[in-house]
Ligand binder design. Structure first.
Ligand code: MG
Length: 492
């Protein structure tokens, strides 16, 4: 929250989107009737009757057998009910980053299904303002408190009207409490996203998770909360009759792929998860060839368009290590049943092997808008704003084992996950500091793994009380701070 008191605080939910001066422009943008939300969102018997009459008229000239007629009627009713469903109201944390802007692309494509109700950004306030104007959003938060005193803050205040505007980490986290939001897309970068994930689920909302560090650091806290929300969604009839209840939807492409491969399957029959990796831009290189790598070289990912931190993590394979830990928590499988395979074309987004040796793979275009959209559409599938995969031009699919001797971050992350407790938190914090130093030109590329290993060793040897069971956010915040200090000392 702003320290100068000038910011309008998130109001805990008394303001409705209708109070927002831009709410109507949002609906105009969406081309929707105002009654799409609220009581009229429930299909009325008269509407269903009209749909049946329309369907019957459609059927008359076509004829068909009784089962065909029944199938058409069933489809017509299902489509009508679908069109009457209220839009999912989405808060996007990290809205000006790579995942955030692609989430808004998905919302642009589906204005009848998604409504953006809250946005949070770190520092890019001009972009945030433009997004808020386009989508008519009147609940905003800016991570950087210093920006509360900048002239653009007045424009943001004018935009939100009777809504809410806050500055600082508390304001970002407060957005997840808004009663106007059903789903929170957490696209914050790094361990800073953990609190928002925790509070989203604690508030009983759906978490669409791009911030994998939430699970790496706090999976032991997040997953029990997600199970509680799943149970409530089942009781309340808000989840599909079968399959996952959908409280925690992974946006990470690999985990979204595994999630889809598991639909309709018995989790007890899963033998192994195959998490695919592109191998990053330095696949095939030796350690000696990595010594002089520059940030610009490491930022050039071969297949996915992503933010800076995750691009560096992808090049060191730390990203894959974080994803192994993420998969362990999401799918409740031990580490010896989660394998990584390099698939350089990134056409296979991950695979699940079953007890009988069958393997299901998820394939698709390498466009993050597909997994983002699935996280928001589940259990439905909607048209995607991307070109489908053309197998005729795909060429060959290659597979290889990852080189964990050269790309040591993968082995370090797996070791941290297997040891468990607070070691992944410490490992992740050290990696964030080392990556930031490398991007700032203050550390070497190979120094990232060296720093992570040194800080992990220090924790395992009793530093900060030694590796312990995860018990609270406060405990994790303390260990995160200790690990960052240790990492800076190591890099100095
Ligand atoms: Mg991924």
């Amino acid at each position: 929250m702003s320290s100068d008191g000038s910011a309008v605080l998130p109001n805990g939910g008394t303001a409705d989107a209708a109070d927002c001066p831009s709410a109507r422009s949002s609906r105009d943008h969406a081309g929707l009737r105002t009654e799409v939300r609220g009581a009229s969102a429930i299909p009325r018997i008269s509407d269903t009757g009209t749909a049946l009459a329309d369907a019957t008229n459609d059927l008359r000239p076509n004829g068909g057998t009784a089962p065909q007629v029944h199938a058409r009627l069933r489809d017509a009713i299902a489509e009508h009910e679908r069109s009457c469903r209220p839009r999912r109201r989405v808060a996007v944390l990290g809205s000006t980053g790579s995942i955030g802007t692609q989430t808004l692309d998905v919302a642009r494509r589906h204005p009848d299904r998604l409504e953006i109700v809250a946005l949070a950004a770190g520092t890019r306030v001009d972009e945030l303002l433009a997004q808020a104007r386009e989508f008519g959003v009147c609940h905003l938060a800016v991570g950087d408190e210093r920006l509360a005193k900048e002239p653009v803050a007045d424009d943001l205040r004018a935009q939100v009207g009777k809504g809410s505007l806050g500055f600082g980490a508390d304001a970002v986290a407060a957005l997840v409490q808004l009663p106007e939001a059903d789903v929170v897309v957490n696209a914050l970068v790094g361990a800073a996203g953990l609190r928002a994930s925790y509070e989203t689920l604690a508030a009983g909302k759906v978490l669409a998770l791009a911030n994998k560090e939430s699970l790496v650091v706090g999976g032991d806290l997040i997953m029990p909360l997600a199970a509680q929300v799943d149970a409530r969604r089942r009781v309340g009839g808000m989840s599909p009759a079968t399959g996952p209840a959908g409280a925690l939807m992974p946006i990470d492409s690999e985990h979204g792929a595994i999630y889809q491969c598991l639909l309709g399957e018995d989790p007890r029959e899963v033998a192994r998860l195959w998490v695919t990796a592109s191998g990053g831009p330095f696949r095939g290189r030796t350690r000696a060839e990595l010594a002089d790598i520059t940030p610009a070289q490491a930022l050039a990912h071969p297949t996915w368009n992503m933010g800076a931190k995750i691009s560096i993590d992808s090049s060191t394979l730390m990203n894959k290590g974080l994803e192994v830990i993420e998969a362990h928590h999401l799918f409740a499988l031990p580490y010896d049943r989660i394998s990584v395979v390099v698939q350089p074309q990134s056409a296979i987004h991950s695979m699940v092997e079953f007890a009988d040796g069958s393997v299901k793979a998820h394939l698709g275009t390498t466009d993050m808008r597909i997994p983002i959209q699935f996280a928001l559409s589940y259990p439905e599938r909607w048209d995607a704003p991307v070109a489908p995969l053309d197998f005729r031009t795909l060429g060959s699919l290659e597979f290889a084992a990852p080189d964990e001797d050269t790309f040591r971050c993968l082995a370090l992350a797996r070791a941290a996950g297997e040891r468990g407790g607070t070691l992944p938190c410490v490992m992740n914090a050290a990696n964030e500091v080392a990556v930031a130093a490398f991007l700032a030109g203050e550390g070497s590329y190979l120094g990232i793994a060296a720093c992570v290993e040194a800080v992990m060793d220090a924790h395992e040897q009793g530093g900060a009380g030694g590796v312990q069971r995860v018990e609270s956010l406060r405990q994790l915040e303390g260990l995160d701070a200790w690990a960052r200090m240790e990492a800076r000392r190591n890099l100095a």
